[in-house]
Design a protein around this ligand. Structure first.
Ligand SMILES: [Zn+2]
Length: 141
């Protein structure tokens, strides 16, 4: 599935319900023209409000045609970043022990496969992706 403004909110809603007990408010969604980023979570610090962040956004690359399972795991990965930021959890590294503890708990509890990085070398590209010959075998967040 290619990320768009229908399937991102749909998958988000399902994951928020199944794995986060509906605890996260709906963020903004965005698409990026990126090969090196599969998905990403962005936000701004909120100096005044009740919550430590604002303008939170989940973005997906529009250059990949993901398997549904990969799409789901990527969404939950970004939502763990969101949950930690929303709840004001201080983290030294984006994928440090707080992130990995939640990822491992979700993997064990729900049979997910949340990882820090993914080998995207075999992922299908969309038609509008740059037509490069891919020699890479890199691991991407
Ligand atoms: Zn991440």
């Amino acid at each position: 599935m290619i990320a768009d403004y229908n399937n991102m909110p749909e998958m988000y809603w399902e994951c928020n319900s199944k794995y986060f007990n509906h605890s996260l408010p709906t963020p903004r969604f965005g698409l990026m023209k990126k090969l090196k980023w599969l998905a990403r979570f962005e936000y701004m610090k909120n100096k005044k409000g009740k919550y430590p962040i604002k303008r939170q956004t989940i973005l997906f690359s529009e250059y990949y045609d993901f398997d549904e399972e990969v799409f789901r795991n990527l969404m939950v990965h970004e939502m763990i970043h969101y949950w930690l930021a929303w709840n004001g959890v201080k983290t030294r590294h984006a994928h440090g022990k707080e992130f990995m503890a939640m990822a491992e708990e979700m993997n064990a509890k729900y049979g997910l496969n949340i990882t820090k990085t993914l080998d995207a070398s075999s992922f299908k590209l969309t038609e509008n992706a740059p037509q490069t010959t891919r020699f890479w075998h890199w691991l991407w967040r």
